[in-house]
Ligand binder design. Structure first.
Ligand code: NAD
Length: 412
């Protein structure tokens, strides 16, 4: 946890609003850090409700249901940051948040272990043909048979996408005695004894279990299609716990029905129901040795707690040190602390001349700058200034008056 720093704006006056039943761990983190005004609402709010609620809020915590529109952001005059206590940030209008100088954080990698573990579990279930035996037992049929059931030990796991999740699956699979081969578009350092497959075809044709861990891009759309599915070793198992568009499910169905693929586990679909209880349809329903799950690859209590911890720390680092590392809107700066000075944050439209205007104004009043950091993106610039303590309030007044200023904040 970040150390408590003395902020110019008292922590007890910073209003924090958490929606959508964000984990209690996050609320506790904020209280332990000295923020007393933490309000928690269990549901998502509508645009109208949010516009009413958000006026005095400095920090907003949401999950994936609350839509943060441009109108909400216009009404959020005091808002400094939004913490998305989830994996994605699609629910936030990032362009509008950038324009308003609102920092947006999330926790993109907090559930990697949950996905990786489940992939191993699914591999064992499928290679032993447990779904069929389970179904038969539930239907009162005794199906004791070793034929077509194998151990994972000694088999080859092909990982498509050797990023955060893919590489964790690699480590777990080797601990079970599997051989690991991967394919990635980036050059990746193989972990343990894993080998870089060089081509997708090589990995597909040599693996007994194939697991996909790629992002959704134009290159990964239907990466498993009619042609590439034909390259898969006969009887191999396919697992997709990545994104719904990366496998052509109609082609996968054909391959399963014809016995070219021995089994599949799919968690993500091109179209997913909006809420629990909604009707769900897939071409893979009713097929033997197929496990279908409702996009729960990363859904565990541990992942929720990790998300609470990760996003809380990012918010503290921004509130108390000006660090924007991991931000999707305000340019990302990782900053060293500066003893004996006051730190001021200045967010402005990215037009030429703002930095020189800042320096000119401050030098007119002989305000000594002991540290200065700048990062820009297409829309905005973020400057952090460490200035002489005695003159920091004068500096704030000057900075607020500079043309193209969006937000100014004195940290400590
Ligand atoms: N089912 C779930 O609940 C769940 C949970 C978490 C993540 N995910 C999904 O899992 C996927 C992987 O997540 P991650 O955190 O490991 O991502 P990551 O960004 O760490 O890794 C993705 C890897 O894929 C590689 N890649 C990109 N394009 C490729 C291509 N065309 N061919 C081969 N490799 C390619 C990248 O270079 C990178 O190494 C993402 O799509 C993510 O959305 C699903």
């Amino acid at each position: 946890m970040a150390n408590a720093e003395k902020t110019s704006y008292p922590k007890e006056k910073i209003r924090i609003l958490f929606l959508e039943n964000i984990s209690d761990q996050a609320v506790k983190n904020f209280q332990q850090q000295g923020y007393t005004q933490v309000e928690k609402i269990s549901k998502a709010l509508t645009e109208e409700e949010l516009i009413r609620e958000i006026k005095d809020v400095h920090i907003l915590g949401i999950r994936s249901k609350t839509q943060i529109t441009a109108k909400v952001l216009e009404a959020a005059k005091k808002l400094q940051a939004i913490g998305c206590f989830c994996i994605g940030v699609n629910q936030v209008n990032l362009k509008a948040a950038t324009k308003n100088g609102v920092t947006v954080f999330n926790a993109p990698y907090s559930n990697t272990r949950s996905v990786a573990e489940l992939v191993i579990g699914l591999s064992i279930m499928l290679i032993r043909r447990i779904p069929d035996k389970n179904k038969a037992a539930h239907e009162g049929v005794w199906m004791k048979d070793a034929k077509g059931s194998f151990e994972l030990r000694g088999k080859t796991l092909g990982i498509i996408g050797y990023g955060n999740i893919g590489s964790q699956v690699s480590v777990l699979a080797e601990s079970l005695g599997m051989k690991v081969m991967f394919y990635d578009v980036e050059t990746k350092l193989p972990l343990g004894n894993a080998t870089d497959g060089k081509t997708l075809k090589e990995v597909l044709s040599k693996s007994d279990v194939i697991t996909l861990h790629v992002p959704e891009t134009s290159q990964t759309k239907n990466i498993l299609n009619r042609n590439t599915i034909k390259q898969i070793k006969k009887g191999a198992i396919v697992i997709n716990y990545a994104r719904g568009e990366v496998v052509d499910l109609d082609e996968l169905r054909k391959a399963l029905v014809e016995g070219r693929i021995g089994g599949a586990a799919i968690d993500v679909f091109p179209v997913e129901p909006e809420k629990n209880g909604d009707r769900f349809q897939s071409p893979l329903q009713d097929l033997p040795n197929v496990i279908l799950t409702p996009h729960i690859g990363g859904s565990t209590e541990e992942a929720q707690a990790n998300i609470g911890e990760d996003v809380s720390i990012k918010l503290f680092n921004y509130l108390e040190k000006g660090i924007t590392f991991g931000s999707h809107t305000v340019p990302a700066l990782a900053l060293p602390p500066q003893e004996g000075s006051h730190r001021i944050l200045h967010i402005h439209n990215n037009v030429p001349g703002v930095l020189s205007a800042i320096n000119t104004e401050l030098s007119k009043y002989h305000i000594n700058i002991v540290g200065q950091y700048l990062k820009t993106n297409d829309e905005i610039g973020y400057v952090v200034l460490d200035v002489d303590k005695r003159l920091s309030s004068k500096a704030i007044t000057l900075l607020k008056e500079i043309t193209h200023t969006i937000k100014v904040r004195l940290l400590y």
